[in-house]
Design a protein around this ligand. Structure first.
Ligand code: C5P
Length: 232
């Protein structure tokens, strides 16, 4: 899979997802399904979107004991998602177990991406609540290296971290970056943002775009604009 735009389908029920995607006649965007939609609709939403021809990033951010993560990843692998994720904080052993669970008998598996530190966690809350005293950028890079060591394919990170992740973990280690906004768009609650063109320049492999597409007056045109800036 090459560079692509992933639409964050942050809707609370399948009807809203389908009426949103029905606008994309003839196109099958790569979509992200998060916890809200998955918990509301269950695995059937994944099967239905796969049947309709979409690639799927299932964003459930697993974090549990290695055995539980391994068995849960085996279930997600059978659902035939294209990309899924977990928290690197679950340790290298947990990430290795996830790869084991995800790998099918024929050796294939969905891409597996690690969340390093959530962007909602800042250095102060890391120190105060988690008792992690290292600077946050060092923690992010250490977790990215752990993910690589465990055999994962990449990390979710801010577009501003993508270059450094590639420098530390290699160019082929994937960076999946949310926090994307058009130059003339509303940034909303995102703090550190980049345009699709800038994300391309710094080497992001996938951008995850939600509201700039889902809340646009013309979502298909907004999606095309992302593709033009980021992929072409
Ligand atoms: O609407 P917006 O483009 O801000 O959506 C971004 C998507 O990426 C949302 O689904 C959000 O939960 C997700 N995300 C994020 N920042 C992270 C991790 C995930 O915005 N650090």
């Amino acid at each position: 899979m090459g560079r692509d735009v992933i639409i964050a389908c942050d809707f609370d029920c399948k009807e809203k997802v389908f009426s949103f995607l029905d606008q994309f006649t003839g196109k099958k965007p790569f979509v992200k399904i998060g916890m809200e939609l998955f918990y509301a609709e269950g695995p059937e939403i994944v099967r239905e979107l796969k049947k309709r021809g979409h690639k799927i990033f299932l964003d459930l951010k697993l974090h549990d004991i290695p055995n539980t993560v391994k068995k849960s990843m085996a279930v997600l692998s059978r659902l035939d998602v294209d990309m899924c994720n977990l928290h690197a904080a679950g340790t290298v052993r947990m990430m290795e177990a996830a790869i084991e669970g995800l790998t099918r008998e024929d050796g294939t598996r969905p891409l597996l991406i690690a969340v390093t530190q959530l962007t909602s966690t800042d250095e102060e809350s890391m120190k105060r609540d988690l008792w992690i005293d290292q600077p946050i950028d060092k923690v992010v890079m250490h977790y990215a290296e752990n993910a690589k060591k465990a055999g994962l394919d990449g990390v979710v990170c801010s577009p501003l971290e993508a270059e450094k992740v590639h420098a530390v973990c290699g160019k082929s280690f994937l960076t999946v970056t949310p926090g994307v906004r058009f130059a003339d768009g509303d940034i909303g609650d995102q703090k550190r943002v980049m345009t699709p063109a800038e994300a391309k320049k710094i080497g992001s492999d996938y951008i995850v775009v939600g509201r700039p597409i889902t809340a646009a007056a013309d979502p298909v045109a907004a999606y095309e604009r992302c593709l033009n800036e980021f992929v072409d």
